[in-house]
Design a protein around this ligand. Structure first.
Ligand code: ZN
Length: 221
C-alpha cells in the first residue's frame, strides 16, 4: 500500500479543528515503514469536474486554504490513479472534502477530493462504475450531492452505531455490490472512542479495512 502525502498538508491553514497542528504528525508516526508518494496540486479544470465557478472563486479568495485544498484534491487524484493500477493507496490528506457540494461547502471542507478523483476517471472513460464508502461519523452530503441522479456512482454512509452495527452494515453493503471498477473510502476517523463519535475502537477500523481489502480481492483478483 502506498501512502499519498505532502508535507504541506501539515500547514495550519485555518483555525478549524481539521487544520489543528499535530493531527497529521500523529498519523505519520503510525505509518512509518510504508512507501510514501508526493502528489501535485490539482488544476482548476479538475475542480470544475464537480464544482461551480462561483464556488471555486469564493475559495480562491482565501489563498492559504486554496493552495492546500488544491493539493488535497491532487492527493485524491493520485490515490485514485494508484488504485486503478491495482495497488491500494491511502491518502493522508487534508482539508477533508465530503461536505463540499458542487456549489457550496461547510464542515471544514472546501473541494470534494473523492468526488473529483472519481468523476475525473469516469469522464476519461477509465471507469464506469464506482463505489464510495464513507466511514466518517458525519454523512457526506457533498459527495452524495455530487452524484445525485448518477446510478453508476454509489455513495454509502455506513450506519451509525457501535462495532456490530458498523461492521454488519458495511458487510451487507459490500455484499450488495456486484459490479464496480474502483472503491473509494471517505476515511474520517471521528467515530473513534476517543473522538466525537465515541463509537468504535481501533480494532473496528482494522476489521473494516480488512473487509474492504477482501472485497477488492474478490472483485479484481
Ligand atoms: Zn466527520
Amino acid at each position: 500500500m502506498k501512502i499519498v502525502f505532502h508535507r504541506d498538508y501539515c500547514r495550519v491553514y485555518s483555525s478549524d479543528p481539521a487544520a489543528a497542528p499535530g493531527r497529521l504528525e500523529a498519523v505519520l508516526e503510525e505509518l512509518r515503514g510504508y512507501e510514501f508518494v508526493e502528489p501535485r496540486s490539482a488544476s482548476e479544470q479538475d475542480l470544475e469536474l464537480i464544482h461551480t465557478r462561483d464556488h471555486i472563486s469564493r475559495i480562491k479568495e482565501l489563498p492559504e486554504i486554496y493552495y492546500v485544498a488544491l493539493l488535497a484534491v491532487g492527493g485524491a487524484i493520485m490515490a485514485s490513479e494508484i488504485a486503478l493500477l491495482g495497488e491500494p493507496a491511502f491518502g493522508l490528506i487534508r482539508p477533508p472534502g465530503h461536505h463540499a457540494s458542487p456549489g457550496s461547502s461547510w464542515g471544514f471542507c472546501y473541494f470534494n477530493n473523492i468526488a473529483i478523483s472519481i468523476e475525473r476517471l469516469r469522464r476519461m472513460a477509465r471507469i464506469k462504475k464506482a463505489v464510495i464508502v464513507d466511514i466518517d461519523l458525519h454523512y457526506g452530503d457533498g459527495t452524495a450531492n455530487a452524484f445525485t441522479g448518477n446510478p453508476d456512482i454509489v455513495y454509502h454512509h455506513v450506519a451509525l452505531g457501535g462495532s456490530e452495527v458498523f461492521l454488519s452494515d458495511l458487510a451487507s453493503f459490500l455484499n450488495s455490490i456486484h459490479e464496480c471498477d474502483i472503491i473509494a473510502v471517505s476515511a474520517g476517523f471521528d467515530r473513534h472512542a476517543e473522538d466525537w463519535g465515541e463509537m468504535l475502537e481501533t480494532e473496528d477500523y482494522r476489521e473494516a479495512a480488512k473487509m474492504i481489502k477482501e472485497f477488492s480481492e474478490e472483485m479484481w483478483g
